[in-house]
Design a protein around this ligand. Structure first.
Ligand code: ZN
Length: 349
């Protein structure tokens, strides 16, 4: 393997964790600064945006005049499908370890409208996004070398998002990364011990208790988890039955998922009357064909804002060295989010 050019995972023997290194991914386009304009004053089409319909991307490829969602291979993929297999082991007792990894990275535009966000799209529009995620999860997951599909959205320049046009990314890969591995293991242990699902038990408890509840509908609940790290962190969980991945959702469940995602997104935007930045990610069943007892589909939201549209929570000092720390409680954050209107602030008056 060539450690200076091939995508690989490097082992950290101190923490027992892996780090993904993608040396080929040198020059990515950056339109992030545009985000300084408030969302409502952004144009619905921007001729300099590489995600808008009909525009030409840096590879010379032209985007179609799409009307709903649009998926393409990321022009600056972290993972490539043609990376050759390779292992590195050197140093005392093989302390320095790395393994190459194959994968596919895609970009999924939510809407042709440059000025929209999930929170300002219709429930029907979000349902189409969910359907596209399902299509990608199934298509990518069916490839023999793809064992895990991570869908995520980075929103806002503050989160390192390179373009304000509403979109998500999909990274499909050979390994199951450390965070989902840990969550799957803990869910399996709970299931073996109590013969029920950790996250379903948790969702039902929170629905009854209401203390950390932000909003809910027939099929889903949004809570600030008891163990939240980020000030306004949230978790969307199924409430009624064991659902392992998006493709298991019934049409009604898809509508209710779209609806709770919109509801949470609106509350987030209303909190500081800004287009609220966050990293959102969907954890679902790996696509390696194995069974994962107790595994429940869930969506994490990690927003960095603390007190206003500009005051960010930093994970530094003690948090980098020891463990996360927070000031406002999860219960306080949930109470605030619950009390906010479910009508977007730009649509009032
Ligand atoms: Zn998770």
């Amino acid at each position: 393997m060539n450690i200076q050019s091939d995508t690989h995972n490097r082992f950290n023997p101190l923490l027992g964790e892996w780090i993904k290194v993608s040396p080929h991914r040198t020059k990515r386009p950056w339109n992030g600064q545009v985000e300084k304009q408030p969302a409502q004053s952004r144009p619905s089409y921007d001729s300099s945006c590489y995600l808008c319909p009909g525009n030409t991307r840096s590879t010379g490829e032209k985007n179609p005049l799409y009307t709903d969602t649009f998926v393409f291979n990321n022009d600056f993929s972290s993972l490539l499908y043609d990376t050759e297999n390779g292992i590195l082991e050197e140093g005392p007792h093989g302390l320095l370890q790395a393994k190459t990894e194959k994968g596919i990275c895609k970009v999924l535009c939510f809407s042709p409208r440059h000025d929209l966000t999930l929170a300002r799209m219709s429930v029907e529009g979000i349902e189409k996004v969910i359907l596209s995620w399902i299509e990608q999860y199934e298509e990518l997951g069916s490839k023999p070398f793809i064992n895990y599909v991570q869908i995520f959205e980075n929103r806002g320049a503050i989160m390192g998002c390179s373009n304000p046009h509403p979109h998500s990314q999909i990274w499909a890969e050979e390994i199951i990364p450390d965070i989902p591995v840990k969550e799957l293991e803990n869910q399996a242990t709970y299931f073996e011990t109590y013969h029920s699902s950790l996250l379903l038990d948790y969702a039902r408890y929170e629905a009854e208790k209401e203390e950390r509840l932000i909003t809910s509908n027939e099929d889903f609940i949004a809570v600030v988890p008891f163990w939240a790290v980020w000030p306004y962190e949230a978790l969307i969980l199924p409430l009624r039955r064991e659902i392992e991945s998006l493709d298991e959702l019934s049409p009604t469940e898809r509508t209710n998922l779209a609806s709770i995602m919109k509801d949470l997104g609106i509350r987030y935007d209303n909190l500081f009357e800004t287009s609220f930045p966050y990293s959102m990610g969907i954890h679902q069943k790996p696509t390696d064909g194995k069974t994962y007892p107790g595994n429940i589909l869930h969506i994490h939201y990690f927003p960095p804002l603390l007190r206003s549209a500009t005051v960010k929570k930093f994970m530094v000092g003690y948090e980098m060295m020891a463990m996360p720390q927070r000031d406002i409680t999860a219960e306080g954050a949930a109470k605030t989010l619950k009390s906010l209107s479910s009508i977007h602030y730009t649509e009032k008056k």
